[in-house]
Write a protein that binds this ligand. Structure first.
Ligand SMILES: N[C@@H](CCC(=O)N[C@@H](CS)C(=O)NCC(=O)O)C(=O)O
Length: 237
């Protein structure tokens, strides 16, 4: 593998607070991916504006910003697009002071954090895919074998997360990337497909979700049903 010579590697590639122009976050706050990026921005104290457009209603504009036409994209103050929520979180972490980092350093905690983050993001992806089956297809034309598979994956993830959840942060006393991923995914499922989210059965997970949603960085990027409805999202019949 080619090594980047150390004198060419960026020493601090993260956001530069001294710039005057404000970054813009593209996307709506019903998306767990957009919310995760926004929560990380608030947590790190990075000033940003929002550009509230939908991946479906505004595909042309999204394709001009992000080759995949997906949200979120973070437009840096010089207009450079940073797309995919994972990369946005990574970018912010790279420039963060040690005491604000959302990434733990203890090796055992690090693996646990990555596992929880991966399952949280995966749960959000599976919830999204299932939603598409109902939101984008004519009634009666859903691929029910696919829906059943998605529901099994969602249920399995919920059981796995419940076994590791508590009404507080998940892997350390501090907020981590795992908390951002798991709590936003649980809120997304509970809001969009509440029939799959039994608050009694997933009590620990729901306690964790409610703990996180009450934090200032989460409240500043609260789930928004109205943004989704404004661009055409409707609940499942
Ligand atoms: N891996 C992406 C996933 C983002 C994603 O799937 N966003 C949805 C909206 S919630 C989207 O843009 N979907 C449109 C599409 O997949 O074409 C990330 O983490 O940013």
């Amino acid at each position: 593998m080619t090594q980047i010579p150390s004198n060419q590697a960026p020493s601090n590639p993260g956001p530069r607070p001294e710039t005057n122009a404000v970054m813009k976050l593209v996307g709506q706050y019903d998306s767990p991916f957009v919310r995760r990026a926004a929560i990380a921005l608030h947590h790190h104290g990075v000033a940003f504006e929002r550009h509230v457009i939908s991946t479906f209603a505004h595909l042309d504009e999204n394709l001009a910003i992000n080759p995949l036409g997906k949200v979120p994209t973070l437009l840096l103050s010089d207009g450079t697009p940073v797309f995919d929520s994972r990369l946005i979180v990574e970018y912010l972490e790279a420039g963060a002071a040690a005491e604000k980092r959302l990434t733990v350093s203890d090796p055992a905690d690090y693996i646990a954090m990555l596992q929880l983050e991966a399952v949280g993001i995966g749960l959000a992806e599976k919830t999204y895919e299932r939603g598409i089956e109902f939101a984008r297809r004519a009634p009666g034309t859903q691929d029910m074998a696919w829906v059943e598979r998605l529901e099994r994956q969602i249920a399995s993830s919920l059981v796995w997360l419940e076994a590791r959840s508590r009404p507080g942060t998940l892997v350390s006393d501090r907020l981590t990337r795992a908390d951002l991923a798991v709590a936003t995914a649980a809120t997304f499922l509970s809001e969009k497909q509440p029939q799959l989210y039994d608050r009694e059965r997933y009590k620990g997970l729901d306690g964790h979700r409610r703990f996180c949603e009450a934090l200032p960085s989460f409240e500043a990027a609260a789930y928004s049903a109205s943004e989704a409805k404004a661009t055409g999202w409707r609940p499942e019949p």
